[in-house]
Design a protein around this ligand. Structure first.
Ligand code: G3P
Ligand code: CA
Length: 355
């Protein structure tokens, strides 16, 4: 190929990428959503125990656009913030309530949930990031996360709320509407974004809060985007789960498109797809942010917010592929990647908040 043709080809690719980014920026602006969005996944959960006060305070003070949270409901009807279906990984439930340790979050009253230690597990799992003050951290209610989001006048993140296992919590969509409305959080577009893997829950959220932007989370697998034919991971004999999923593709383009249409039908303004990560690991799944997928999403008027990406090599790859926002456990690293100023480092901010 002649140099002139090569230069022309590169220029066309650059122009295409710029046009694609401009489309994403325009779609985000129309919804009041920052572009590219920095979404603090369970708070700054690399640096502090996920979904706890220090994780959300740190993400807020670093300058995240959104605090991400997984919403569940206690047995006595209080909205609480917990990711897993049960409490074993992120609390001392096995010692406190041994006979109920595998029970779902919904089996515990708020007082019981508040009696658990939601911080010491982090100190054991990540001794290099442990802090004595993390021991004894409490599970948060939705109201408490709203308090944290409102508490720093110089840094005012929005909330990015996922209805988790919503089939276990009939009516949680209306409960959420009531809670946000009472606190005045539905005052402007894009302050809250709602998300779910569950299309029915998303449709209920849309019914309860038609003006609030919604995102359908995408996943390659059973009852979700159908993979191309082949053995499951369990049947494949593969040893590395991340490498196995990185090779997986949707059945065909029409299948991926079908899920974008599902998203639109449920009232979503965007999708939240998984990504394959350069270093593999537990957060690496099927790559549903390939450039053609992101172009197809934009063509249908849908934003793309990818989960969950923590390393600069992956920030760069998914950004160049055309995503409009990133869920990350490392808010500071993503802000730095985007050239957005972080006034103080993570350790300083944790210290200033008393951790
Ligand atoms: O909500 C986006 C991402 O958080 C989805 O995965 O399992 O971390 O809630 P998960
Ligand atoms: Ca989530």
């Amino acid at each position: 190929m002649r140099l002139k043709d090569l230069c022309l080809g590169l220029a066309l690719i650059t122009l295409g990428a710029q046009a694609h980014a401009a489309e994403g920026a325009a779609l985000a602006k129309a919804q009041g959503i920052p572009y590219p969005a920095v979404i603090a996944h369970r708070g700054a959960s690399h640096d502090a125990p996920e979904s706890t006060a220090p994780a959300y305070q740190l993400a807020r003070d670093l300058g995240a656009d959104y605090l991400e949270l997984d919403l569940q409901r206690s047995r006595d009807g209080v909205l609480v913030v917990v990711h897993d279906d049960d409490l074993r990984r992120t609390s001392d439930v096995a010692e406190r309530f041994p006979e109920r340790q595998a029970s779902p979050v919904s089996a515990f009253t708020l007082a019981e949930l508040k009696s658990l230690d939601a911080g010491s597990w982090f100190n054991r799992a990540y001794p290099e990031r442990a802090r004595a003050a993390f021991a004894g951290l409490r599970i948060l209610t939705l109201d408490e996360v709203l308090d944290i989001a409102e508490a720093n006048p110089a840094r005012t993140p929005g909330l990015y709320i996922e209805t988790k296992v919503p089939a276990q919590f009939p009516g949680i969509e209306q409960d959420l509407h009531k809670a946000l409305d009472q606190r005045g959080w539905l005052d402007r577009p894009g302050r809250v974004v709602l998300q779910s893997f569950d299309r029915d829950s998303l449709a209920l959220l849309h019914k309860a809060m038609p003006q609030v932007p919604k995102v359908l989370l995408l996943w390659l697998g059973k009852d979700h985007v159908e993979p191309a034919p082949g053995p499951s991971f369990a049947d494949s004999g593969a040893a590395d789960k991340a490498a196995f999923y990185a090779r997986q593709q949707p059945k065909d383009r029409a299948e991926f498109e079908r899920w974008l249409d599902h998203a639109r039908a449920a009232g979503a303004i965007g999708t939240g797809p998984s990504a394959a990560l350069a270093g593999g690991g537990e957060q690496s799944y099927a790559d549903l942010v390939q450039p053609w997928m992101n172009r197809m999403s934009h063509d249908k008027g849908l934003l793309v917010h990818v989960y969950t990406v923590d390393e600069p090599v992956d920030f760069k790859r998914v950004s160049e592929a055309g995503v409009d926002g990133i869920f990350t456990n490392r808010t500071g690293a993503l802000l730095r990647f985007h050239g957005r100023p972080v006034v103080k480092d993570e350790a300083t901010l944790l210290g200033e908040n008393g951790w």
